[in-house]
Design a protein around this ligand. Structure first.
Ligand SMILES: Nc1ncnc2c1ncn2[C@@H]1O[C@H](COP(=O)(O)OS(=O)(=O)O)[C@@H](OP(=O)(O)O)[C@H]1O
Length: 295
């Protein structure tokens, strides 16, 4: 297979936001995407636990039974709306348009880039946030292995880009705080990666209630087990290993990398940490949103 022309391309810009080039060659399909009232969206800043919560949602829908689950990759069960790989794979919008309701829709979009009829569709939204330091580390390693993105450079170089929002989907700080504010006027289940890691059963219960499903303890326990990092990292339907290495090279860094809270301590120098904290204080001073950087 010859390399598609979007491999390792620099970010495109959409309304001022850096965006994965391959997704932008027909952005109108994103703006015009027809949201449906029965849709449930899983929205996150990248690397915050999207795949984890997508699998949890799909198992809840199927009463905690893998037998009931369609045996197809998570990218088709919970398609990422804005994704596209021109000439290589069907786009997220194409996959979603063909899906019967109720659909689960994944997206990393900031509020400003949502499809035009998003809010009037009155869909359900689950938002998952993860602390900025672990997101930066996870995103750095993802950019190393994911050829839809430009090379990240060294971790020191990457961290500067992350702090200035010069990464796909723009600023983490703006993303998590603006979605937090939206909770005031739209029912959004706002979850934290660290909380799910700390007590998966408690958080799965919240998702179950939000989706209006009732499952017994046995089913809940099964979902906890099936969505543990150890199980998901070896499940080819969720670990992205079915994608060709021309797109993602897991030998550089696996998609299911470590799955922990606090890995940033293995990456940040003392000086980087101090600079990051000072910058964080300034950017996050106006919000009530609080994160844990370890559990
Ligand atoms: N089950 C489970 N438990 C704990 N952690 C998990 C789990 N599944 C995925 N992950 C970790 O989530 C990180 C990937 O985030 P996303 O799925 O949001 O990535 S993406 O934005 O959709 O590409 C990435 O984090 P890092 O390991 O820190 O890189 C994954 O390993």
């Amino acid at each position: 297979m010859t390399s598609p022309d979007f491999i390792r391309r620099d970010w495109a810009t959409v309304h001022g936001y850096p965006m994965v080039y391959a997704f932008t060659t027909n952005w109108e399909r994103v703006e015009q995407f027809q949201c449906r009232p029965e849709d449930v969206w899983i929205i996150t800043y990248p690397k915050s636990g999207t795949t984890w919560v997508s699998e949890i949602m799909d198992l809840i829908k199927n009463d905690g039974s893998v037998e009931k689950q369609e045996q197809i990759p998570i990218v088709q069960r919970v398609p990422m709306m804005e994704s596209a790989a021109p000439g290589t794979l069907p786009s997220g919008t194409e996959n979603l348009e063909k899906m019967p309701s109720p659909r689960f829709v994944k997206s990393h979009l900031p509020i400003a880039l949502l499809p035009k009829n998003f809010w009037e569709s009155d869909c359900k939204i689950i938002y998952v946030a993860r602390n900025a330091k672990d997101v930066a580390v996870s995103y750095y390693n993802f950019d190393r292995m994911n050829k839809f993105h430009p090379e990240p450079g060294t971790f020191a170089e990457y961290l500067e880009k992350f702090m200035s929002g010069n990464v796909a989907y723009g600023s983490w700080y703006e993303h998590v705080t603006s979605w937090w504010e939206k909770k005031k006027d739209h029912p959004i289940l706002y979850l934290f990666y660290e909380d799910i890691k700390e007590d998966p059963k408690r958080e799965i219960r919240k998702i179950m209630e939000f989706l209006g499903k009732k499952l017994d303890e046995e089913a809940l326990d099964r979902i906890v087990q099936l969505t543990s990092f150890e199980t998901m990292k070896d499940n080819s339907l969720v670990n992205y290993r079915l994608l060709p290495t021309t797109l993602m090279d897991h030998s550089i860094s696996p998609f299911m990398r470590k799955g922990i809270a606090g890995d940033w301590k293995n990456y940040f120098t003392v000086a980087q940490n101090e600079k990051f904290d000072a910058d964080y204080e300034k950017k996050m001073s106006g919000t009530t949103l609080k994160f844990r950087t370890e559990i």
